[in-house]
Design a protein around this ligand. Structure first.
Ligand code: NAG
Ligand code: NAG
Ligand code: NAG
Ligand code: NAG
Length: 769
């Protein structure tokens, strides 16, 4: 504690008179869309109650002249946009492989700080401080990750007289340790999870504490994070086991084997409060963000506000977060993470002393540019608004778009061959895409595989969600595998739509990863009729669909010459009979159930995606026949048809992912579908063709991605059972366990630990039975 107090004293020294200023004027437009950075909230016109010079709002250049951003990717770009708007020069640092990246291009100057591995570049404080000296930057914004919560780095800058745009190093220090931060929280009268606020001596001590708290309990590493060194225990025996394992894991991961024990919260939601403080003792809270949708403790979809929090709980959570921030003289943007149970009891988890990845959703609902506020606080300005000025307008969602295979949750790397960010069809700046990449960029094994943060906004939850659906549908990413399929599926999940979520949502709803989406009747019809419209375009114009896309006039007024023609459409191999014809200049498709949809182009989509409007020409036939009703098994799902009585037409966005023999590869609702058109005669003939046998890969273990072999758990001659771990491969900072798909004997192992692997490289093979 004495170390902490000393650090606090250092920062208390700068406290000055607090000016009563009210100038809450940052606007949403100033950052909406992420690229239009010029509508600047300038210094306010009204006066301050003092005759002294306006310290709170001096001309822009008095903030800082030059800021170095000690980060890469989207967050470096995002910070630079605000700097540019404020008229501040920007300095980028980059690793050797990042010399061509967007954040380097956006900056006024750039310095190489070392080779690709982050320890040798973005985490090398010495190299970054050299760049600070050379560039003459007056301040450093660390972004998130890397050096953002490194109090030594912050202290080194303080010594140099360079401003760290973040909290004082004492606050970072205090909150960086789980045990200390919990003690501080308790002292600040913040709700903490019932537990033992000290270092647990041994397994017997842990059991005694667990019995006092009541089961279930969680055994946690003091220095841990991201789920490492954590174990849930439901009885004494599990506490003993968990203590042993967590201590070993903590020692090897953090070089710190201290553990603590606390109550385990069942069915928890992760809800966090954004706070903002200054050097003058002011702290406000900017409402909450719900981040319950997580996978392996990584957030995937966030929203603000939370659908679960009522105004009373919000105020209580906010007030406690402010009390904690004040207890450490918090003087920047920070986040107090809380766990909320099903009765809206909330408990302090930890405080993140930096800008949070998901900060944009708070910016949308409050109209505050958090990076600007951090810069102002760092420049010793008092906050320009009070708690009463903080707004809560509308609803925002953020989807984290990752380069990863959603069916197996494995990272994917490569070059972004085609990349077009979503189109904001609302035309109202309701879509913001925070990314650090462009077409042609590499997603490399060295860094976080996040492609972008896609944020949408609306007056209410459902409209923000609908905008998210359309944005995901029009987001074109080729060259790397990405997680849009599962994002798109999750936001259509009835539990998600109703807000019935918890941190276990993905685990409960996608226990074995994400399988391909099942299309409902109307969705199926939309896909088939859109594909048929493309087919009609080809028929009429005798131009390949690819070249039509290049000319950007895809479906409009093309089908008038089509004569009624019957097709068997194979959707991923499954046959569907349709009759393609035309009506009033649109193509029209009649389905087996008698329903008819007409299709026209809705609006000119830029490239690679097609936006069409479907008109219901004929409802599906009502079948009295029980058998038929059963067969379609869709009586309940026909609700969708009934719904669409109200709005006659539906707009659907699909993506053309290329031609295949006889048809198209189509991206729809996040999934990829092969759609092939056959005449009835061709279909009959195709049934006579022999099927190609699928290669049997179960005799081999191959690397699912490029990476490095960490361990090989078996040797030639060993017997293994299906599901047994046989090797661990590391890629993009993640260790992936490879498991045997079958029971059998290992014939040969082809690789050694330390060896680098190409994707699909053979690791070992089984003996034939
Ligand atoms: C990076 O450095 C940290 C300590 O500073 C160390 O724990 C970690 O293992 C290093 N990572 C790599 C990949 O070398
Ligand atoms: C960090 O940078 C300094 C100065 O450029 C260099 O001497 C040192 O070797 C670097 N350290 C690492 C771990 O790369
Ligand atoms: C992407 O990586 C390749 C090979 O590693 C390299 O040649 C190319 O310059 C990189 N492109 C960019 C934009 O960094
Ligand atoms: C369609 O175009 C192909 C070549 O692009 C040509 O061989 C064929 O004769 C054309 N068909 C009609 C009906 O114009």
């Amino acid at each position: 504690m004495s170390m902490l107090n000393m650090n606090f004293l250092l920062s208390v020294g700068v406290a000055a008179a607090v000016l009563p200023v009210r100038s809450f004027h940052a606007t949403q437009a100033s950052f909406g869309g992420g690229h239009s950075a010029d509508q600047s909230p300038t210094a306010p016109k009204h006066a301050v109650r003092t005759k002294r010079p306006d310290i709170a709002n001096p001309p822009k250049h008095e903030l800082f002249n030059k800021i170095l951003i000690a980060n890469r990717g989207e967050i470096a770009c995002r910070i630079m946009r605000t700097c540019k708007r404020l008229g501040i020069q920007t300095v980028a640092v980059h690793s050797e492989v990042d010399a061509q990246t967007l954040h380097v291009q956006l900056a006024d100057e750039a310095y190489c700080v070392g080779p690709a591995p982050t320890n040798d570049s973005y985490r090398n404080a010495t190299a970054i401080i050299d760049a600070v000296r050379q560039s003459g930057a007056q301040a450093v914004h660390p972004g998130y990750g890397f050096l953002s919560e490194n109090n030594h780095f912050a202290a080194q800058l303080e010594q140099l007289g360079v401003t760290f745009i973040g909290p004082h190093s004492g606050a970072i220090d205090a909150m960086g340790d789980k045990i200390h931060s919990k003690i501080l929280a308790t002292e600040a009268k913040v709700n903490v999870i019932p537990g033992y606020n000290g270092v647990v001596k041994d397994a017997d001590h842990a059991i005694k504490i667990a019995q006092e708290i009541g089961y279930p309990v969680m055994v946690k590493a003091s220095g841990g994070g991201g789920g490492k060194g954590m174990r849930v225990a439901w009885n004494d025996e599990e506490v003993r086991e968990g203590f042993k394992l967590s201590a070993a894991e903590a020692a090897s991961s953090f070089g710190d084997d201290r553990l603590f024990v606390e109550k385990f919260i069942d069915n928890p939601r992760h809800i966090e409060i954004q706070v903002l403080g200054d050097n003058h003792g002011n702290v406000v809270y900017l409402n909450e963000r719900e981040c319950s949708i997580q996978r392996r403790n990584q957030k995937v979809i966030e929203e603000a506000p939370s659908s679960f929090i009522d105004p009373e709980t919000r105020a209580k959570m906010g007030q406690q977060a402010v009390m904690l921030a004040k207890a450490v003289k918090y003087n920047s943007a920070g986040t107090v993470e809380m766990m909320v149970d099903s009765k809206r009891n909330f408990y302090f988890l930890e405080m993140n002393t930096r800008l949070q990845v998901e900060h944009p959703i708070t910016e949308y609902i409050t109209g505050v540019d958090l990076v600007e506020q951090m810069i102002r606080s760092a420049a010793n300005r008092p906050l320009s608004f009070t708690q009463a000025d903080v707004k809560l307008n509308g609803w925002a969602f953020e989807s984290r778009v990752y380069a990863e295979d959603p069916t197996r949750f494995l990272p994917s790397i490569g070059k972004l061959q085609t990349y077009a960010e979503p189109v904001d069809y609302t035309g109202q700046n309701l879509v913001r895409c925070d990314s650090g990449i462009v077409e042609g960029s590499n997603i490399s094994i060295y860094y976080d595989p996040m492609i972008c943060k896609l944020i949408t906004y609306g007056p209410d939850r459902q409209s923000a969600l609908q905008t998210m659906r359309e944005a995901l549908d029009s987001y074109v990413i080729r060259g790397v595998t990405h997680n849009i399929p599962i994002l798109r599926d999750m936001i259509d999940h009835p539990r998600f739509i109703s807000g019935d979520i918890s941190t276990k949502f993905i685990q409960e709803e996608y226990p074995t990863g994400f399988a391909k989406r099942e299309l409902k009747d109307l969705q199926l019809h939309h896909l088939l009729s859109t594909a048929a419209a493309l087919k009609a375009t080809e028929l009429v114009d005798n131009v390949s669909f690819q070249s039509k896309v290049a000319r950007q006039d895809v479906v409009s007024e093309v089908a008038s010459g089509v004569e009624a023609q019957e097709y068997v459409v194979l959707l991923d191999g499954a046959p569907h009979r349709i009759i393609l014809s035309s009506v009033e200049g649109m193509s029209q498709v009649e389905f087996e159930d008698g329903s008819k949809l007409a299709v026209s182009e809705d609006s000119e989509a830029p490239t690679n995606h097609i936006r069409v409007r479907h008109f219901i020409v004929e409802e599906p036939c009502e079948h009295e026949d029980e058998e038929l009703v059963d067969e379609t098994a869709a009586a309940s799902e026909d609700v969708e048809f009934e719904d669409s009585h109200d709005h006659i037409s539906d707009v659907v966005t699909i993506q053309n992912l290329g031609s295949i023999p006889g048809g198209f590869k189509i991206g729809y609702l996040g999934g990829v579908y092969d759609v092939v058109f056959l005449t009835p005669r061709e279909y009959e003939l195709s049934k006579l063709m022999p099927k190609k046998a699928k290669a049997d890969t179960s005799m081999m273990v191959v690397s699912p991605m490029p990476g490095t072999v960490v361990t090989i758990a078996v040797a030639a001659g060993d017997s293994v059972v299906a599901g047994q771990e046989v090797a661990v491969v590391e890629a993009m900072k993640m260790q992936n366990s490879l498991r045997a798909q079958r029971t059998g004997k290992i014939k040969k192992v082809f690789v050694k630990p330390g060896q680098t692997l190409a994707s699909e490289e053979l690791i070992m093979e089984f003996e034939k039975e």
